[in-house]
Design a protein around this ligand. Structure first.
Ligand code: PLP
Length: 380
């Protein structure tokens, strides 16, 4: 099976696996325990916090460990609704459900959507005009979209929000481990999740404004300065850091450019083979690993994703959470696509291990499936 669904979950990287196993052996104690084994685990976490803070450009005390990005997003929205109970929240129209649904949960009818253009990029002029009015509790714009890979102007959004004195939340779940994280620490809140970049599942981080009170989502023990209760996942955190540092080294070595070229060759070949296809967000900057493409109907059902699965390729429709549901993707709808076209979208997302030969094999499989569909009278 060729795995091209890294935006849903990236397999554990060997370096992360080694770090995880080592941490399980070296730090079996609970970081909150009063003995030396507890203190050693606590020191390992403190060191991990310093390493992550150094990469992001923030203070170590700005960082909380979480169970992943969903918890991080929920914590931010829950906190913002408490900090400004009457105010609205402004979200880009293409945010992940972890942001959209938690905003609805705590802000109810005070959720405002920042529109995106046809390539799925947020409209900063809209935001600028909005920030001149009644101050929102929070602005949330993701760094990179999970369905299309489209990059958002998070640095510019952060500057606009800072000038208006409004907290900015950047859900950087798809950016972290794929593009350099330096500078993200300037955002008031940042979410990341290890399993998107070769770390283990069930661990992530949240950057908060460390000098201010943050209302916890989880209550219990006094971990992380009483901002996130629960025993920390020491091996998970250390494995996440190992995966992130490896990715940052790859980025420094220019590996993303080579992979972007391979992905671009594939996208161009798809357009040559399927002239009526459309690459979503083609006019915008996108993650080097992602191609979201609306393909022509492959002779009715089953859909492309099922046929590709049978042919040995794991790809996705929209986001992992939306796939399986028949609802059209809110991301593609916000970009102006109709439901019928959105239903034909295929999301292909590679990882650091994906090779040019695998992209080529996928292209061959797409052409074969189309030829078979054209020949099969049952599928017409
Ligand atoms: N935010 C974005 C942009 C995502 O892509 C995802 C996962 O698909 C999440 C949040 C939720 O992440 P997690 O699986 O760590 O809860």
């Amino acid at each position: 099976m060729i795995y091209l669904d890294h935006n849903a979950s990236s397999p554990l990287a060997p370096t992360a696996r080694a770090a995880w196993l080592e941490a399980e052996e070296r730090f079996p104690g609970n970081p909150s325990s009063p003995h030396r084994m507890g203190a050693r685990a606590e020191a390992a976490l403190a060191e991990a916090r310093r390493r992550l803070a150094g990469l992001l450009g923030c203070a170590a005390t700005d960082l909380l460990w979480t169970s992943g990005a969903t918890e991080a997003c929920n914590t931010v929205l829950h906190h913002a609704a408490w900090a400004a109970p009457e105010a609205a929240v402004c979200l880009s129209a293409v945010e992940h459900p972890a942001v959209r649904e938690s905003a609805r949960q705590w802000f109810r009818d005070r959720v405002e959507e920042i529109p995106v253009d046809r390539d799925g990029v947020v409209d900063l002029r809209w935001l600028q005009a909005r920030l001149a009015g009644h101050r929102p509790a929070l602005v949330a714009v993701m760094a990179a979209n999970n369905e299309t890979g489209v990059l958002q102007p998070w640095r510019e959004t952060q500057s606009l929000c800072a000038a208006a004195g409004v907290d900015f939340f950047c859900d950087a779940t798809q950016w972290v481990g794929r593009l350099p994280v330096g500078g993200l620490g300037a955002c008031a809140f940042v979410a990341g999740s290890a399993h998107k970049f070769g770390g283990p599942r069930g661990v992530g981080f949240l950057k908060v404004p460390g000098s201010r009170a943050v209302r916890p989502l989880l209550h219990g023990g006094g971990q992380l300065e009483r901002r996130r209760a629960g025993t920390e996942n020491v091996p998970g955190v250390l494995a996440m850091l190992a995966a992130l540092e490896e990715a940052e080294m790859r980025l420094t070595a220019g590996e993303a450019e080579r992979r972007r070229a391979e992905r671009d060759r594939f996208a161009a070949a798809v357009m040559a083979a399927f002239p009526t296809a459309r690459i979503n967000g083609a006019g915008a900057e996108r993650l080097w690993n992602t191609v979201s493409v609306v393909l022509p109907a492959a002779g009715g059902r089953p859909r492309w994703v099922v046929k590709l699965d049978k042919a040995g390729f794991a790809v996705s429709t929209g986001s992992a959470c939306a796939s399986g549901s028949e609802k059209p993707s809110h991301v593609l709808t916000a970009m102006g696509q109709d439901a019928e076209a959105a239903a034909r979208a295929v999301r292909i997302s590679g990882g650091w291990q994906t090779t040019g030969a695998e992209w080529e094999a996928l292209l061959t499989a797409l052409a074969r499936i189309r030829a078979e569909a054209a020949e099969s009278p049952r599928s017409r």
